[in-house]
Design a protein around this ligand. Structure first.
Ligand SMILES: Cc1cc2nc3c(=O)[nH]c(=O)nc-3n(C[C@H](O)[C@H](O)[C@H](O)COP(=O)(O)OP(=O)(O)OC[C@H]3O[C@@H](n4cnc5c(N)ncnc54)[C@H](O)[C@@H]3O)c2cc1C
Length: 445
């Protein structure tokens, strides 16, 4: 039965894609989106660049406003928090956070797109003014404000990609920065080589403290210092970027089946195990095509694609979300780092007989001006030669070659497939042997 009323909880990447697509698919569908924040449909991925000033206007990160969505027939309510889902009665309840008024809305189909919550370290002082997270548009606005009002010293807690993109933002904005990471390396999920090169890049511009624990935030009335296992450091700004977790309170209350990291499990049409309830985006675990298991890899492009599939299905069309292979890319100062599939250590954890081949070459012809080093790591299975993953570190768009690997991983390709590909070549773009083909041929021996 085609639903008549769709309610979407969460109005950013996954939720808004689902709402917009469902309405286009079935214009008769009544679509309501509840978003507890002040904004919808914004590019959270651009927040660090709005903090550095590389993106001058914070508002330019907003793709659509509630008014623009209403024109398309999607009823968007911002400052509306859903606090309860009564699935037997098929309605949601909540509160308007501006007026305090309660609301109640019926549905036939429900999309949960509640995203993630930042992990909050259990240490004293996290509520002090000057201690920030980087999650929403308002967080970037607060950091811009802190920099504009004269903050000079920052401590970033967490050496993942959001932490490091923010380190770059702070340094670009002229702050002196210290990075705290409890693990022995930065950006460890990208694998050992990218981790080492990211460290080189950051250490040239900021104080990096590996293996260091956060003990608390200190100050009278506002942040003055960050206490760590290696001493206390003065700072006007601290950014806590120690990870996120699925925002699954409503999903848990509904009793939905959960997978890795307590993310919601769905089928390929983004249906949960409760009839009429869909889940998309960072809240969900996705089918990983290399391991053939569910994996929790919260990323914006995945959320958008999942939203589109759920919207199509709810609108009466046919679509499938065919899974992920774990592709990600980030920029740390001058260097670009990308990963897809599994690192060797991950592959071994999943029981593969995994081998690794690493090469360093150049991203364009050696005689062509401006050529830069490009590191390529391939992870592959023995004896089949099946590709399991790869990591690239270089400069600029050269590392977008990771998408070639991602395409092969998506379809179960081998080292031989990679070596045989018809790559594009001209000296300003590549070598006559593309770096990926070189790596594949080295691995093949
Ligand atoms: C600084 C930063 C940089 C990033 N960079 C990248 C990148 O380069 N590439 C990439 O792929 N991804 C990146 N991401 C991740 C990407 O932003 C997320 O994967 C994406 O936003 C997930 O979309 P979502 O719709 O699942 O969840 P979210 O964007 O988290 O949206 C969920 C929304 O639900 C709302 N909500 C939650 N509970 C309720 C409730 N009960 N009632 C009403 N509303 C509710 C929240 O207010 C929130 O607005 C980055 C994220 C950050 C923070």
């Amino acid at each position: 039965v085609t639903p008549k009323r769709l309610v979407v909880i969460g109005g950013v990447a996954g939720g808004m894609s689902a709402a917009a697509k469902a309405k286009r698919q079935n214009p008769a569908l009544l679509v309501t989106v509840f978003e507890r924040g002040a904004y919808i449909s914004y590019g959270a991925c651009g927040l660090p660049y709005a903090v550095s000033g590389v993106v001058p206007e914070l508002d330019s990160l907003i793709a659509r406003t509630p008014a623009a969505m209403r024109e398309r027939g999607v009823d968007v309510r911002v400052h509306h928090e859903v606090t309860e889902v009564d699935h037997d009665g098929r309605y949601v309840r909540g509160r308007n956070l501006e007026t305090g008024e309660a609301f109640c809305a019926p549905y036939d189909a429900l999309v949960l797109a509640t995203g993630t919550l930042p992990v909050c370290p259990q240490v004293p002082g996290t509520a002090l003014p000057g201690v920030h997270v980087m999650r929403r548009l308002e967080d970037a606005a607060a950091l811009r404000e802190a920099i504009a009002s004269g903050a000079k010293r920052a401590v970033v807690i967490g050496g993942g990609y959001i932490g490091l993109e923010t380190v770059e933002a702070f340094v670009t904005a002229g702050l002196s920065v210290r990075v705290l990471e409890r693990q022995p390396g930065l950006l460890l999920p990208f694998g050992p080589k990218p981790s080492a090169l990211a460290l080189e890049e950051v250490a040239a511009r900021a104080e990096v403290m590996l293996g260091t624990e956060l003990l608390g935030f200190e100050g009278r009335g506002r942040l003055e210092g960050v206490a760590t296992s290696a001493g206390t450091f003065p700072a006007e700004v601290a950014l806590v970027a120690v990870g996120v977790r699925p925002n699954n309170a409503l999903a848990k209350a509904l009793g939905l089946r959960l997978g890795p990291a307590e993310a919601v499990l769905t089928d390929a049409q983004l249906r949960t195990d409760r009839d009429g309830v869909f889940a998309v985006g960072d809240l969900t675990a996705a089918h990983h095509r290399v391991t053939q298991k569910p994996a929790w890899l919260p990323l914006g492009d995945t959320a958008n694609r999942q939203g589109r599939v759920a919207g199509t299905v709810i609108g009466g069309g046919d679509a499938r979300f065919r899974g992920v292979v774990g592709t990600a890319i980030t920029k740390v100062f001058e260097r670009a780092l990308a990963t897809t599939g599994l690192t060797r250590a991950e592959a071994q954890r999943h029981g593969f007989d995994a081998q690794e081949t690493h090469i360093v070459t150049t991203d364009r012809a050696r005689y062509y001006p401006g050529h830069r080093p490009l590191h390529v790591t391939l992870v592959w299975e023995r004896p089949s030669g099946r590709l399991l993953g790869g990591q690239l570190v270089g400069y600029g768009n050269a590392v977008k070659r990771v998408d070639v690997l991602a395409a092969l991983l998506f379809s179960g390709g081998t080292l031989q497939d990679l070596a045989d590909l018809d790559f594009a070549y001209a000296p300003p773009f590549s070598n006559v042997w593309d770096p990926l083909a070189v790596a594949a041929n080295v691995a093949l021996g």
